[in-house]
Each structure stands twice: as C-alpha cells, then as structure tokens.
Ligand binder design. Structure first.
Ligand SMILES: [Zn+2]
Ligand SMILES: [Zn+2]
Length: 297
C-alpha cells in the first residue's frame, strides 16, 4: 500500500499547499480520498496515471475537497480513460456530479469535443457511478473495504461529512478524518489503524481570534486536541494534514489568512509549535504532511 498526499492545505489559495486530496495505491489498484483543486496535476507530478483512478471517495462537499473533480474526469476522458469512476460521497454528490457534465457546467466543452469519433468512443466515462454514502460499509472490491462514519463539521442537515477507513486485502489500514472537530465516532472507526491521517486546520493561537472574528466554522481539530485523540486511536503512525495555511511565507496567502488569525503569527515556525502541541498528549510516530509526501506501508 502506498499513500501520496496530493494536497495538504485548506481552502485558501496557497502556492505551497493544495486542496485536500490523497492517492492510495493497493497492489495495482488506484483510489483517491477527496479531489480538491490540483489533485489531477499533483498525480501527474508524482508519476501517477489519473486515468487509472477508478474510485473516488469524497469526505464532504466543501469546495476544497471536490473542486478538481470536473478537471479530473474531463482530462482523463481526453486521455482515453476506459471506465467511468465510482464516486462515493455524501448526499448531494449526485447533484454535484449531474450538474458538471452532460447538460451541466461543461456541456459545451463536451459537445465540442464529442464531434470527434475518438472522443465519442469513451464518452460513457463522463457518467460516473455515484454511490451515496451512509455510515457503515460504503465500498468493497477484491482489494479494499471502506467504511465511513459521520464526523462533526458542517451541520448534518445542510450536508453530511464523513470520516473514512480503508482496510486492504493485505491486512493494512488507513483512516482519514476529512474535516472535523474531535469526534468519538471517528476515534472508534480509526482504532488501531496503521496510518491515521487527521486534519489539523488551525493552530491553538488562531482559535480565540476566529471565535471573536466570527469567521468560518469552529468544527476543526487543533494540534492539542489532535494529540489527545491520536492517543485514543493509537495508530502505528499519525500524519497531520489540512493545514490552514498558517505556515505560509507568501504575502498574498498571508493577507488572506489574516481574516482567520493575527498576521504576525503566520510563518513556517508555526509548524514547530504544532508538533510541540500535538506531542503534549501523543508520543507515537508523527509526521506533518506536505504536498506530494509519499508514505509506503
Ligand atoms: Zn477542508
Ligand atoms: Zn470542510
């Protein structure tokens, strides 16, 4: 099993951290958790062929987890994809997918390209096999079993959010939190996994500022909270991800993030604080994700 962190940022434009997306290879099978902006290009950078990714799991429908999906599918259609992918996501996924392709946002592009016989021959790939997620077993094939639970992020009546766990035929396992505040259901789902990939969106210093500024959701996990929950999960390794761009040195990204935290606290040194804060309550192996980080299991 091999995991490549394609994008490790949150929702703000950041040249060094892309949107959420994780590629998982199990033997010769290819899966993706989330498909945020840049996912397809990052796969190509990592020498992963995106036409071979046949199953995509969407943790939730925030745009930083799904924005690349049209690009992923139309570009791989053009590059002779053979099968429509399976897309497993929360309620609302069908609406999202149905409004992209035939009769949707990219209808004219598709109509124009479909004037050529070579493009018509695999046009069926633009009809993904959408499967709406409920907690429990959400996908199974000869290589993996994927289970999901609700996590705490967007109010469920607006849009459900899921944490995911993949168990492979080779006895390996990886769990991905999606976006969430610390969630007992996810701790239960992830217990004892080989690799725990968990969001760590805002550093401790930003939390009070965001509460006062009234921006965004508070439903994320801080480094101190992550350490506590990782100890309960007891994974073989913890990878923290979905960083809210608080390590950026780019002046524009910094300016954007100043809506969420005092600008003067933003910088690469924050990652050292994050490690120290996680380690207050967790003593197992830990890595902070960066784009294109590869983890071999
Ligand atoms: Zn997110
Ligand atoms: Zn989100």
């Amino acid at each position: 099993m091999r995991v490549v962190m394609l994008g490790t940022g949150a929702a703000v434009p950041d040249p060094n951290r892309g949107h959420s997306a994780i590629h998982i290879a199990v033997r010769d099978q290819n899966y993706m958790f989330d498909c945020g902006h840049g996912a397809t290009l990052q796969m190509v950078k990592a020498y992963i062929d995106p036409t071979l990714v046949n199953t995509v799991f969407l943790s939730h429908l925030h745009y930083d987890h799904i924005a690349d999906f049209a690009y992923f599918l139309i570009s791989t259609w053009m590059c002779n994809r053979e099968k429509p992918p399976v897309v497993v996501g929360p309620e609302g996924t069908r609406h999202f997918v149905d409004h992209l392709f035939k009769g949707g946002a990219f209808a004219k592009d598709i109509e124009a390209r479909a004037q050529y016989p070579n493009r018509v021959k695999n046009i069926d790939v633009l009809r993904p096999d959408v499967r709406v997620c409920e907690p429990g077993l959400v996908f199974e094939d000869d290589y993996v079993k994927v289970t999901a639970c609700y996590v705490e992020h967007i109010p469920r009546e607006i849009s459900p959010c899921f944490g995911l766990r993949m168990d492979t035929v080779d006895g390996q396992s990886v769990a991905f939190s999606g976006d969430t505040s610390p969630c007992d259901r996810f701790i239960e789902l992830a217990k004892g996994v080989d690799l725990l990939i968990h969001e760590c969106t805002f550093p401790e210093e930003a939390l009070e500022f965001r509460a006062k500024a009234g921006v965004g959701t508070w439903s994320h996990t801080s480094p101190v909270e992550l350490g506590k929950l990782a100890t309960k999960v007891n994974p073989k390794e913890l990878v923290a991800t979905h960083f809210g761009h608080y390590d950026t040195t780019n002046p524009i990204t910094k300016k954007f993030m100043s809506i969420h935290m005092p600008e003067e606290i933003i910088g690469p040194h924050q990652l050292e604080n994050v490690v120290a804060d996680i380690k207050q309550n967790y003593s197992g192996p830990l890595r902070l994700a960066h784009d294109l980080m590869r983890i071999d299991l």
